[in-house]
Design a protein around this ligand. Sequence first.
Ligand SMILES: [Zn+2]
Length: 603
Amino acid sequence: MTQANLFLKKINSDYVALHESYENYFWTSYMGDHSVDEKKNIAAQALDAFRGNQTLRAKAESLLAKANAATQVRLRIWINFFDTYQLSAEAALLKNEIDQLETIIMQRITARVEGYTDATTNTFVEASALKMRTLMRTSPEEKIRKACFDALEKLALENIDEYVQLVKLRNQFARALGYDDFYDYKLRKLERTDKKTVFSLFEDIAKNTRGMFAVVRKLEESDKGLRKPWNFAYKMSGDFTAQEDPYFQFDEAVMRWGKSFAALGIDLKKGSLKLDLLDRKGKYSNGFCHWPKLVEYNNGSRTPGAANFTCNVVAGQIGSGVAGYNTLFHEGGHAAHLLNSTQKDVCLNHEYAPMTAAWAETHSMFLDTMFSSIEWKMRYAKDKNGSSYPFELFANIVEKLHVLKPALMLRIIFISTFEKEVYELKNPTAEKIIDIARKNYRTHTDLDGDSLTALSVPHIYSWDSACAYHGYGLAEIALSQWRDYFYKKYGYIVDNPAVGKEMQETWKWGASKSFDEAIKVATGKKLSSKALIKNITMSPAQVLRRAKSRLIKMQQVKPYNKPVKLKAAITMVHGKEEISNNKVSFESMANKYAKWVRREASK
Ligand SMILES: [Zn+2]
């Protein structure tokens, strides 16, 4: 083995070990056991030190001259990697301070007692923030919705002083490395794009979708209080959430997810998966997927990776099951993506830079969008009696809610713009940040009232997900373009192994291509918001016509009836307790888990 190859072997295995140690603590901590937090921070420091190691960078550089072309490519991947994470002594100190502050905020969020005050009895009702958000969408009693809203507004402010401090430190960190501010650092250094590119795409979309607000104001004329923040989601969609709920019972979710992935031909390449899906006190309140074990190569042979993913389903709560389904597709999509990578250098096989949030989210969001399509619902979503999701319900929803289709994109633009403006503050203070949160809420929702919901978004408090929300927006643009491409080519997406095959081809790339390049190769076209804008500004009649023709096409597609084999070792857990696994079969694992979910729901 040449010197260069020995060096590559060593840095790959060193990095895998450091990554794994950190990720194991990360998972334990985020799942609610904070006894490991200090170890997590120490492991994070070791990881940061490796990523920014300039001695290793210099060594890689010195080996270039004698290396062959293929090895040179690999050395350059690492040189670029070490450059990406290079920290000055000042920045390294700041990063440690930031890690510690983030840990304090997280501990406080997960340990606090959450709930609302019942206005009739004047008693405190304990309920997680997540549960209160669901109640705001589904409770028929305005008093309860309003109480949840007020409680959430109060929670949003609990860490404001620490957040101000965090913004200052992150900006100092970015400036120590020569960037204007932290958002600028995130975009230019880690995402390989810039504010102008991202926000001009967003402004274009916002401009093209503002018509939605006029329609909603018109609706309010005959539905007083519609635009109140605690009424809007309920009045627009509360009934539908309840009507859809019987078709998305959570005990069926794992089986349907498995079948649908198998029908696409998704193969997890002998990886391992650990899923922790139900909410519990102390657990991080947002879904995510991480990879404690990265796919790696040793002397040419591939070692599969391992992924963990989580969400916060409240078993039995109306509207919660469907969110759990969404997670299985979304986070399952993330897991499948990187478990399929075939890159020899492990720094291309994780979700951190050089991977971009935009490219990573394209896959997860493509799969959750497929799940939310009428083709998927009519094929897979059945109630207890085995009746399929009715087209009529879909039609009613489209008639009433299609006008709100831009709302998702506008929310992404809202959070991204909020963060951008916060980090652009010359002198951040709590008052200024609160103003920015309120102003952007009004601009991007047009609701009748103020809200500090931007400060409740968990992403803004954590290093990796802060100033990364735009990734969802870019992914939404990309997946619309990709869906368009697949419909034109095959006529259907659900249960189409040809779609799965093309996606898996792109998954092999890991982070070896930039987002723009990857989209161009995958869809044959440069990234453009055309498909997305068309999709979210169609009339309900157009949407229904398109749905009918897609459903006709689905009649020719046989349902998947074979056993589910995703080629992975899967474990379903609840914290440290194992509920079931697929050693015997996927079906037996899903059944055992379903029984457990039903028991939890009846508690
Ligand atoms: Zn995601």
